[in-house]
Write a protein that binds this ligand. Structure first.
Ligand code: ASP
Length: 593
């Protein structure tokens, strides 16, 4: 037996017990003839002591130990003279009577401490060592707990966990597919699923009316910060449901996770907001509602008063920073530079300070104090507040105001990671026009149902009307992060065919790519809908972290590389030949004859 206890387990009550522990050497100290070793495993740290009376053999073994050696130690649990109240085992130590080195270790390239001295790149190359550190261990433990509670809740709601294939057919769902060449079908490729979307809908047709899966998804996107080419979803689908049923069920899941993982009891219903309101009041389809600071439309109040910049703008809007009137000129200049950064793209920033001495503003040459007070009433703002105003094209200005609002929330400490503000956003547009390719794309995906009230518009060929069609789609937003998204689906083959037509697919193309699902809908498809949650991101948010990388055991870096494996990598000529991917090497002989 390698061990009788773990390194996190022993307490004063074990005093006198003979035990054997195994683990990694965290630290070694020599103090006046005694050697103290901190022995670590996943569960904690226990102090070993080798005192003067230990055998020569033990002393010799101890003298040759180094950090991260794997050892086994036997001895009696003794009460420590100087207790360490920072660790749960801090009242005891093991007086060692036998010591075995199970495996020596080279000096690790960085310290295995909560605050390691290793840089990100180095730690990524030695991920298996980084995973020994407490912050990562805690992250993986939280992830495990989340997965367990997801299963427990969904099981209690009659959901079946069903696996779907990874080698599938390339289907457009927004992002690019990763493809896998088929050796047995030269020149043909599988695609890795961006999500199990079509399979879960087919399972509804098959009668499995509540499905879920904690499943890996693959998207070959240009990697923006904190995206992974493979990530995990909690993927769910239900039959015989309307939007309300889906929202209620998954609000239940969220509350269950809050309660069991974070010990937070959320009793009130989650707030809901239409996409249109989210855009106009928060400049975002995923508003962070931990703080208010809503955007007000000031176009009516400020346009047409002789200030050329505003008069030529389609939209003028602003946010009100409570108590911000004390902002100095320097701070305001710095904010102006901030909104002019290319990522934000504003041309300039106008401000109005509501001070006890009256209205002070960057635009008071063009507006009377009364006119500015009128604009301030739109928020409503009070004495002591600061208005920050942007103008221009409506969509771009709202986006910029949304970003400015988040920035101000950060600067004012209004986005605490231990405060949680869940939100449902619903009624997204069904379609998005792409000027470059001159066609509509599905905003969510092509299987999302139009709202019944908009069906007339859905059947016109007028692009302006089509652009107004709303989808029966919803997102789950937590602290300004989109954690989940789903929709009520199309389940009528003809409506599905019309959708593909609107998306610019010919009948033949639609049949080639999606024939299987259109056909399935002809054999008794029930009304259905569902949702999928970004599991990695949800874990990170619950862990109070912004990046998902620590919540994935073996993640890729920002360039999509696994620097530990050094993947992706070249494959050799023989492999390429076998797959018939080498140019000019395509075999013409058919060996199967
Ligand atoms: N498959 C969708 C996605 O990955 C989610 C859903 O509609 O259920 O975004």
């Amino acid at each position: 037996m390698y061990r009788t206890h773990t390194c996190g387990e022993l307490r004063l009550q074990h005093k006198g017990t003979g035990v054997t522990l195994a683990g990694w050497v965290q630290r070694i100290r020599n103090l006046g003839g005694m050697t103290f070793i901190d022995l670590r495993d996943r569960y904690g740290i226990t102090q070993l002591v080798i005192n003067d009376s230990a055998s020569a053999e033990i002393k010799d073994a101890a003298s040759r130990l180094g950090r991260e050696f794997v050892i086994q130690a036997t001895g009696a649990v003794t009460e420590r003279l100087s207790k360490n109240n920072k660790i749960p085992t801090g009242d005891v130590e093991i007086t060692v009577t036998a010591l075995h080195v199970l495996n020596a270790a080279e000096t690790p390239p960085f310290t295995i401490e909560d605050e390691s001295d290793g840089g990100e790149e180095l730690r990524a190359r030695f991920r298996y060592l980084d995973l020994r550190r407490n912050p990562l261990r805690r992250a993986l433990e939280l992830r495990h707990q989340m997965a367990r509670e997801v299963r427990s809740y969904l099981d209690s709601q009659q959901f079946l966990e069903i696996e779907t294939p990874f080698l599938i057919k390339s289907t457009p769902e927004g992002a690019r597919d990763f493809v896998v060449p088929s050796r047995m079908n030269p020149g043909e490729f599988y695609a890795l699923p961006q999500s199990p979307q079509t399979f879960k809908q087919l399972l509804m047709v098959s009668g499995y009316d509540r499905y879920f899966q904690i499943v890996r998804c693959f998207r070959d996107e240009d990697l923006r910060a904190d995206r992974q080419p493979e990530f995990t979803q909690i993927d769910c689908e239900m039959a015989f449901v309307e939007r309300e049923d889906v929202l209620r069920t998954f609000e239940g899941l969220a509350k269950h996770l809050f309660k069991t993982v974070l010990r937070k009891e959320l009793t009130a219903s989650f707030p809901r907001m239409s996409y249109a309101d989210a855009m106009q009041y928060y400049g975002s389809d995923k508003p962070d509602i931990r703080f208010d600071m809503r955007i007000a439309n000031l176009t009516g109040a400020l346009k047409g008063k002789g200030f050329a910049v505003f008069d030529s703008a389609a939209y003028i809007g602003g946010i009100c920073v409570e108590g911000g009137a004390t902002y100095t000129r320097k701070q305001l200049d710095e904010l102006t530079e901030w909104v002019k950064r290319p990522q934000i793209g504003a041309k300039g920033l106008a401000y109005v300070r509501l001070t006890a001495e009256g209205v002070k503003s960057s635009i008071d040459k063009f507006y009377t104090p009364d006119e500015l007070q009128q604009a301030a009433a739109a928020f409503p703002a009070r004495e002591g507040d600061l208005l920050l105003i942007l103008s221009g094209d409506a969509k771009k200005t709202l986006d910029a105001l949304g970003a400015l609002r988040i920035e101000m929330g950060n600067r004012l400490g209004l986005r605490r990671n231990d405060v949680f503000a869940p939100l449902w956003v619903y009624d997204f547009p069904l379609l998005e026009w792409d000027g470059e390719t001159q066609r509509f794309y599905a905003m969510h995906h092509p299987f999302t149902a139009p709202k019944p009230d908009d069906l007339d518009k859905f059947y016109t060929n007028d692009n302006a009307l089509l652009a107004q069609v709303n989808a029966n789609a919803y997102d789950f937003v937590l602290n300004g992060v989109e954690i989940g998204g789903g929709s009520i689906r199309i389940y009528d083959a003809k409506v599905q065919q019309r959708m593909f037509e609107v998306l610019g697919f010919s009948k033949e193309e639609a049949a080639y790519k999606f024939g299987f699902i259109i056909n399935a809908f002809k054999y008794g498809a029930p009304p259905h809908g569902g949702i999928a949650f970004g599991f990695d991101r949800w874990c990170a948010l619950f862990g109070g972290q912004e990046t998902i990388r620590d919540y994935i055991a073996f993640p890729k870096n920002n360039a999509g590389r696994d620097v530990m494996l050094d993947a992706p990598s070249k494959i050799d000529g023989a492999q390429l030949k076998e797959l018939q991917l080498m140019s000019g090497e395509r075999s013409t002989s058919t060996e199967e004859g």
